[in-house]
Design a protein around this ligand. Sequence first.
Ligand SMILES: [Zn+2]
Length: 140
Amino acid sequence: MLVTLSACTTNYATPLGEIADPNHEEIAAIRKHTLDSYMVMYNPDTCSAIGAACGFFRTHAYAHYRLNHTLMRPKYYPALNEKQADCYAATYGKPNEIEAAVKLLLDENRDPNLKIHGDPSIRAQNITDCAKQAGNWTKN
Ligand SMILES: [Zn+2]
């Protein structure tokens, strides 16, 4: 079977759900699931270890899809895409998850095996700024 997809690879395909995969190496990432659907994969063990912050990273993964980014493995996203996905998640995510993620990013004693991409303090600042701008920051 020969299928030509290149002309119609839009990210505005079927919305998605989530798949828990204990072997997933990232906290969360978005993957192509079927020909026209995408799923957020996440590691449930990592999620139970980091608590509410996990929700933020799942929303971040979903944001790459919503923002029509070319989907790739988390560490390969250009810095601008990362910044945009963080801002999307900070704007539309749940405040407790956003604040937990900022706390985690600023925690120098967090598990060093956590796959955090980019400069954590710059990300924390951008996320805080975006959440405040959106009226989505409940702290002072
Ligand atoms: Zn990302």
